[in-house]
Design a protein around this ligand. Structure first.
Ligand SMILES: Cc1cc2nc3c(=O)[nH]c(=O)nc-3n(C[C@H](O)[C@H](O)[C@H](O)COP(=O)(O)O)c2cc1C
Length: 493
């Protein structure tokens, strides 16, 4: 059964500044693994998968150094967000929690009434330590990995942020989109239909204009996290990060694009996409754990400048069969946005939202509610599955009662197995927003998805007519815990 919640909204200031400080803190928490001598050619990606897949949220962040063929200090970082503690550190939230969903609750609380803070332009920053232009441009200066065994190319951008500008306003969007390396001066950029960067790009192309773009691949983990989150249209991840941080993000102006680039970033690549210029992109091991997408021609970036700081860290997130190092990142940020959307639609008594790591993430969403009226559960299901944070590539949306911890998969399965009727409690949404990343996508890139009402039927709940749950009462729990504290402490219950 769900227990009392411990985590409230943190008023604390962010406990770190930038990626390097974050790494020091993670090291102090005992969650950083430093490894030397691992090869960029499939070894780093495979080692990350092996350390993460069955770690149950305990995998370390992995900093690889002395990569064969590269100078010492040219490092890569994998697995930034494979523990909830590291997600909490990044968002400035308490590090301890009782239920996993408590962190979504705390993040959701933090976002209430949060003012956006615009970035501050500064003249200098470590990202300008080295500026390569013209013939000197070479993205393979860094130990860019071949992540998965069946990939055919190295990918510079995975745990990155791609900056594009809205052609009609000052909105700079930051999105994590993958970037294949074709050669030292040419990289890909796969942006799925409907994503903000894609809408920006396509709008320029429709007008016959080139698209300026910056790919940052080594940055404050908060910026990366927000770049991979479904923030609303028109909201810059810079402003949102400033709001969370309580102070502006410092940026320098890119020498080629003039775009704001985080002043303390590790590596940034500026360039341009030209309408009609395409190259085959992929194959790449996808986030759902398959090689599901076809290799298709996609626009690419002509690289104009390469900026990097001394001893740069290339951040990576190859993704693979669950559980992977991005499940929590996508899950927590996405769940908080779904929660926000449910409340914005006026739906009462939302107690929790969790995207399950094994789904992965947004493929399996569970919402916990206190039922208030007949039809409440169905209301919640349809909004959660169709709001912009829940719509992309969802598959299962489940609603459970207040006594079920939505972040505990065993409790969710119990509710689905005992409070659910297959004839009455399923709705299906057809032709929903999907992409080639889904191995079950339908012609036209749609998918179908399932909504499961696993709440006790409202009228039976109201009349107290549902079977009584076999459980230990809170009073007896407290009494036994007090009396036999050493036993309960040993077994951590
Ligand atoms: C490691 C990682 C890699 C990702 N790669 C891509 C990608 O190649 N293309 C894409 O469209 N989305 C990708 N995503 C998902 C987007 O970053 C996410 O949908 C984000 O909300 C997009 O930003 P936007 O909403 O501003 O467009 C990736 C996410 C992560 C965590």
């Amino acid at each position: 059964m769900a227990r009392a919640e411990k985590v409230g909204v943190s008023q604390a200031k962010m406990a770190y500044r930038g990626l390097r400080d974050w790494l020091e803190q993670v090291d102090r928490m005992g969650e950083l693994l430093r490894v030397s001598g691992v090869h960029w050619d499939r070894e780093m990606g495979a080692m990350t998968q092996m350390l993460t897949e069955s770690s149950k949220g305990m995998a370390p962040a992995i900093l690889f150094d002395e990569v064969p063929g590269y100078p010492q200090g040219f490092r890569t970082l994998y697995g930034q967000f494979s523990s909830i503690k590291r997600v909490a550190l990044t968002l400035g939230l308490p590090l301890e929690y009782e239920r996993k969903v408590d962190i979504v609750k705390a993040y959701h609380g933090r976002m209430q009434n949060m003012a956006l803070v615009k970035p501050k332009v500064v003249k200098q920053g470590p990202i300008l330590d080295h500026v390569l232009e013209g013939d000197k441009v070479d993205v393979l200066k860094f130990p860019v990995p071949l992540h998965h065994e069946l990939d055919k190319s190295r990918y510079l951008g995975t745990a990155d942020l791609v900056i594009t500008k809205d052609p009609d306003s000052d909105w700079y969007n930051l999105g994590a989109y993958r970037c294949q390396v074709y050669d030292g001066k040419t990289i890909g950029c796969q942006i799925t239909e409907g994503k903000h960067g894609r809408i920006h790009r396509d709008t320029y192309f429709e007008r016959g204009q080139n698209v300026k773009v910056v790919v940052v691949c080594g940055q404050d983990p908060l910026l990366y996290m927000l770049s991979a989150s479904p923030l609303p249209k028109g909201v810059s991840e810079y402003d949102f990060a400033g709001g969370i941080r309580g102070e502006p993000i410092e940026v320098v102006q890119g020498p080629y694009t003039g775009f704001p680039i985080p002043a303390d970033a590790e590596i940034a690549v500026e360039g341009e996409m030209i309408p009609g210029q395409v190259k085959p992109e992929g194959p790449f091991g996808e986030w759902m754990g398959y090689y599901s997408d076809d290799v298709v021609p996609r626009p690419y970036i002509n690289v104009k400048t390469v900026l990097y700081r001394d001893h740069p860290i290339l951040t990576c997130a190859p993704q693979h069969k669950p559980v992977d190092e991005t499940g929590l990142l996508k899950g927590i940020a996405g769940a908080a946005e779904i929660w926000k959307a449910l409340e914005a639609c006026g739906l009462p008594d939302i107690l929790g939202v969790w995207n399950h790591e094994g789904g992965p993430a947004t493929r399996f969403t569970v919402i916990q509610i206190r039922q208030r009226y007949p039809g409440h559960a169905r209301n919640v299901l349809h909004v959660a599955a169709n709001c912009s944070a829940g719509a992309y590539n969802g598959k299962w949306t489940v609603v459970v009662d207040d006594d079920i911890d939505c972040s505990d998969i065993d409790q969710v399965l119990w509710a689905m197995s005992t409070r659910f009727d297959p004839v009455a409690d399923i709705d299906v949404v057809q032709k929903a927003w999907s992409s080639g990343r889904d191995p079950m996508y339908l012609p036209g890139n749609f998918n179908n998805r399932i909504l499961i009402d696993a709440c006790i039927p409202y009228d039976r709940k109201l009349k107290g007519k549902f079977s009584t749950v076999v459980d230990v009462s809170p009073e007896l729990r407290a009494k036994l815990k007090a009396k036999w504290s050493s036993i309960f402490a040993k077994y951590a219950v």
